[in-house]
Design a protein around this ligand. Structure first.
Ligand SMILES: [Zn+2]
Length: 411
C-alpha cells in the first residue's frame, strides 16, 4: 500500500509564519475529511496553530474548491461565529473500483468517505489481467464521463496480495492470473487508454492495493476503527480470510506489502484443506465454505455465496455449526492478539455475522487464550462501513490530494 500518512502530530511549539500555509493544507484537509475538525476552532486546536493561521488555511482550501466555511452563527445564538467547516458539495471526486470473485464494483467518491451510487457489474468472460483491468477502467471511465464533477484520481481494490512498491499480484486465485502479474502497471495503462471525459485531471494518478488493507483504512477513517491506535481487521468475503493492521493511522504492510496474511494461520492442524496446500488454515476453517460444511448444507450455486452464508450464520438451526466455526475464529484471533496487541478488532464480511450470532462465545475463546495483561479484553466490534473495499479504494485515490491539495487540484 503506498504512502498513507497519519493525522498530523502536534508539535510542542506553535507553528509560526514561515512554515504555515501550504504545508498545513494537507493535514487540515485530512482532519476535515475524517470528521475530526467540524469547526475552525477544532481545526485550530488540532493543528496547534493560531486562529489567524487556521483562517488562512481554511480560506485557501475553500478557494481550491475542497471545503466550504460557514461563518453564520449556529442556532441564532449570540457570540463569536463558530465557522463550521464542511466538505465542498458538489466538490471534486475520485474513481473507486473493486474487483471480487462475483464481479466488478465502481463508484465515484467525494471526500469524507462518501460514495456516489455504486455500480455492480458481472465479470467479463475473459478474465485475463489485461481484459479484466481494462473492463474495470472502462466502468470507472463511464462514471467519470457522465459526471459534471472534476475527477482527481482512480484506485482499485484487489482480492489478492499486492506487493510493494512494485505493485504485482500474488496468488490471484479467483482469476487464475500468473504469479507476479504487474497489476499496478497494467491498471495505469488501462486508465490512461480510457476516455475519462473533459473533467478528469490529465495524467490521472492511479493506484492498486489489497482489499482487506483498504477496508481497514476505510474503517479506521470513517467507521468502527476510528481513534483506535492499533486496529486489527479480520474479514471473510466471498472465499478465504483476509486481515490488516492500522497502526497510528498507517497501514502496517510489512517489508514488501505482504504483512497480515492472516488467512494461513493454522487453527486446526488436522482440519480442512486450504488452497495453499496446508490443512486447517483460518482461511479454510472460517470462511463461507467452512460454515456450510459444518452445517452439512450446500449453498445454491446460482446465487452469490456470501449473502447465503451470512443468512446461515444468523439461522438459529445452524447454532452448532456457528459454534464450531466461531471456536476456530477465536483461536485465530487469539494468536493475532498475542502477537500484535491491538486495542480494537473489527470483524467484517461473514465474521461480522458470526460475531453477531455468538458474541460471548467468541470473546470467551479469545480471552481464554490471551491470559496476560489486558489482551483478553480487547473489544471485538462489527465493521460499520458499507462497501468498505470501495471506500478504502477511494481513500487510496484521494491520497495525493490529502498529501498536497494545491498540487492535486491545480489545472
Ligand atoms: Zn492456507
Amino acid at each position: 500500500m503506498p504512502h498513507t500518512p497519519s493525522t498530523p502530530s502536534t508539535s510542542p511549539q506553535r507553528r509560526t509564519a514561515p512554515d504555515r500555509g501550504r504545508t498545513l493544507l494537507g493535514p487540515a484537509l485530512r482532519l476535515i475529511h475524517t470528521g475530526r475538525a467540524p469547526t475552525r476552532s477544532a481545526l485550530t486546536g488540532a493543528l496547534d496553530v493560531t486562529r489567524a493561521t487556521a483562517g488562512a488555511v481554511t480560506a485557501e482550501l475553500e478557494a481550491l474548491g475542497l471545503i466550504s466555511v460557514d461563518s453564520r452563527p449556529a442556532g441564532g445564538g449570540r457570540g463569536r461565529p463558530s465557522h463550521r467547516l464542511a466538505l465542498a458539495d458538489p466538490g471534486p471526486v475520485v474513481i473507486a473500483a473493486q474487483l471480487h470473485a462475483d464481479g466488478i464494483s465502481t463508484a465515484l467518491a467525494g471526500l469524507g468517505g462518501r460514495l456516489l451510487a455504486p455500480v455492480h457489474l458481472p465479470l467479463p468472460a475473459d478474465t485475463s489481467p489485461a481484459a479484466l483491468l481494462g473492463a474495470v477502467a472502462e466502468a470507472g471511465a463511464r462514471l467519470a464521463r457522465d459526471s459534471r464533477r472534476r475527477v482527481l484520481g482512480c484506485a482499485l481494490a484487489l482480492p489478492n496480495p499486492v506487493t510493494e512498491p512494485d505493485g504485482t499480484a500474488l496468488a490471484a486465485l479467483h482469476f487464475g492470473w500468473p504469479f507476479g502479474t504487474p497489476v499496478a502497471e497494467l491498471f495505469a495503462e488501462a486508465v490512461a487508454r480510457a476516455d475519462l471525459g473533459p473533467r478528469a485531471r490529465p495524467g490521472l494518478p492511479t493506484a492498486v492495493a489489497n482489499d482487506a488493507n483498504l477496508a481497514a483504512l476505510a474503517e479506521h477513517r470513517h467507521g468502527a476503527g476510528r481513534d483506535a491506535r492499533h486496529l486489527l481487521l479480520v474479514t471473510s468475503g466471498h472465499r478465504g480470510v483476509g486481515g490488516a493492521l492500522v497502526v497510528d493511522g498507517r497501514l502496517h504492510t510489512g517489508s514488501s506489502g505482504l504483512a497480515l496474511e492472516v488467512g494461513h494461520l493454522t487453527v486446526d492442524p488436522l482440519g480442512r484443506r486450504c488452497p495453499c496446500g496446508n490443512r486447517g488454515c483460518l482461511n479454510a476453517e472460517t470462511d463461507t465454505d467452512a460454515l456450510f460444511a459444518a452445517a452439512g448444507r450446500r449453498p445454491d450455486p446460482a446465487r452469490p455465496l456470501l449473502p447465503q452464508a451470512r443468512a446461515l450464520a444468523r439461522d438459529p438451526a445452524a447454532a452448532d455449526a456457528v459454534a464450531h466455526v466461531v471456536d476456530r475464529l477465536g483461536l485465530g484471533l487469539a494468536g493475532l492478539v498475542n502477537i500484535l496487541n491491538p486495542d480494537r478488532i473489527v470483524l467484517s464480511g461473514l465474521h461480522l455475522d458470526l460475531l453477531a450470532a455468538a458474541p460471548d462465545r467468541l470473546a470467551a475463546v479469545v480471552a481464554e487464550r490471551c491470559l496476560w495483561g489486558r489482551s483478553g479484553r480487547v473489544p471485538i466490534v462489527p465493521a460499520q462501513v458499507v462497501h468498505a473495499g470501495l471506500v478504502g479504494a477511494a481513500e487510496l485515490a484521494w491520497e495525493p490530494c490529502l498529501d498536497d491539495p494545491q498540487a492535486a487540484v491545480a489545472p
